[in-house]
Design a protein. Structure first.
Length: 328
C-alpha cells in the first residue's frame, strides 16, 4: 500500500515521502481500517518537525484521525496507532477507541469531527463550564480547532466573538456563526472585546494560539473569567503572570484531551454521542475547506503548518482514482 512517511525531522514538505510499504497487521484488540478520509491537524506538522509531545521512531506516518471502513463494512472514526498514522491507504486502530461515524456527515466531515470537536466540547463544558448567555472569545476562529469551538459555543447558547486574520478568514468566521468578528491584523483585540461586552470582557477565552494572543486575552478576560489553554500554534508558549490572575480574579485552565482516553474513556463515548446528535440536527458541521488526493498530502500538511488555511484540509485516498474513473 501507499503511505506517507517521515524519515527525518523538518518541514513537512521537505521530509514527507510517499512510500510503498506493507499493509499493517492488527494485533489483539485492534482493527484494520481502510482509510476513507484523513483529517490534517496541526499536531501532524509538529510530528514532522519533532516538536510534538509524542516523538514516534523514524520513519513514521503522520495522521492522527481518520474516517475508515472496517472489514465488515462499518464506517468508523478513529485515532490510528502511531507510528503508523492515517496518511496511508490502511491503518490499524485500537478497537476500544473506534467510534461509529455519524450518518449525517460524509467521510471528510466525519474524519474532522473527532479530535477538534472533542477538544472543544471538553474544553468548553468540562474545563471552562461555559454557560448560556456568557461571552466566548475564540482565537483563530476560522481555523480547524477554532471553527469547532465557534459552533459548540453557539450550540451552548453563548455569544461568540471570533478573532481571525485577514478579510477572507473574517468572512469565514462570520459564516460559521460568530456574533462578532475581530480582525487581528487591523483591530485592537483588547479594545474591541471590551467595547463589545460593555467593558466586562469575555467570560471564556478559547486559545489554541498562545504567544501574543494569550497576552491580549489576559487583558480582556472578565471577572471570574476562564482562559482555556488549548495549544501554541504561534510557536510561543506564554509565561503567565500569576499575580495578574490573582488581581483580576480569573482562571487559567489547561486541556490535554488525550488524557481522557486514559483517565475517563467513558466520557469520550458520551461526548461522541452528544456530537453525533448535534451533527444530526445540523448544529455542528466540520468546515472542510478542501479535499485533497493522497499525492498532495505533504503540501497540505505544510499549508496547515504555515497557518494559511481555513477550516480543515482532508486527504481522501480514493479521490484521484475516482476523478480518473469519472473522466473515463
Amino acid at each position: 500500500m501507499q503511505a506517507w512517511r517521515v524519515h527525518r525531522n523538518g518541514e513537512p514538505s521537505e521530509v514527507m515521502r510517499l512510500d510503498e510499504v506493507d499493509r499493517p497487521t492488527p494485533r489483539d484488540g485492534q482493527l484494520l481500517l481502510k482509510v476513507l478520509a484523513a483529517d490534517i491537524n496541526f499536531p501532524d506538522a509538529l510530528l514532522c518537525r519533532g516538536q510534538y509531545q509524542v516523538r514516534p521512531p523514524l520513519p513514521f506516518t503522520p495522521g492522527v484521525e481518520v474516517c475508515g471502513e472496517t472489514g465488515d463494512g462499518r464506517r468508523v472514526i478513529a485515532t490510528p496507532a502511531l507510528p503508523d498514522g492515517g496518511l496511508a491507504e490502511y491503518v490499524v486502530a485500537d478497537e476500544a477507541a473506534v467510534l461509529p461515524a455519524p450518518d449525517a456527515l460524509d467521510d471528510a466531515e466525519a474524519a474532522a469531527l473527532h479530535i477538534g470537536y472533542q477538544t472543544g466540547w471538553f474544553g468548553l463544558h468540562r474545563r471552562a463550564r461555559l454557560q448560556a448567555g456568557e461571552t466566548l472569545l475564540v482565537h483563530a476562529a476560522a481555523g480547524g480547532v477554532g471553527s469547532a469551538a465557534v459552533q459548540l459555543g453557539k450550540a451552548a447558547g453563548a455569544t461568540v466573538i471570533g478573532v481571525a486574520g485577514g478579510r477572507n478568514k473574517v468572512r469565514v468566521a462570520k459564516e460559521l456563526g460568530c456574533d462578532h468578528v475581530i480582525d487581528r491584523r487591523t483591530d485592537d483585540i483588547v479594545t474591541a472585546v471590551k467595547d463589545l461586552t460593555g467593558g466586562r470582557g469575555a467570560d471564556v477565552v478559547y486559545d489554541p494560539v498562545g504567544g501574543d494572543a494569550y497576552t491580549k486575552s489576559a487583558k480582556c478576560v472578565a471577572f471570574e473569567g476562564r482562559i482555556l489553554v488549548i495549544g501554541f500554534a504561534s510557536g510561543t508558549i506564554p509565561a503567565p503572570a500569576l499575580n495578574h490572575a490573582l488581581v483580576k480574579n480569573y482562571s487559567i485552565v489547561g486541556l490535554h484531551w488525550g488524557l481522557y482516553n486514559q483517565k475517563d474513556p467513558a466520557a469520550i463515548l458520551r461526548c461522541h454521542q452528544e456530537l453525533t446528535e448535534l451533527a444530526a440536527k445540523g448544529t455542528v458541521k466540520p468546515l472542510i475547506s478542501e479535499r485533497v488526493p493522497m499525492a498532495d498530502a505533504a503540501s497540505a500538511v505544510q499549508r496547515v503548518a504555515d497557518g494559511t488555511t481555513t477550516g480543515r484540509l482532508v486527504v481522501v485516498p480514493g479521490l484521484a482514482a475516482a476523478a480518473r474513473a469519472g473522466a473515463r
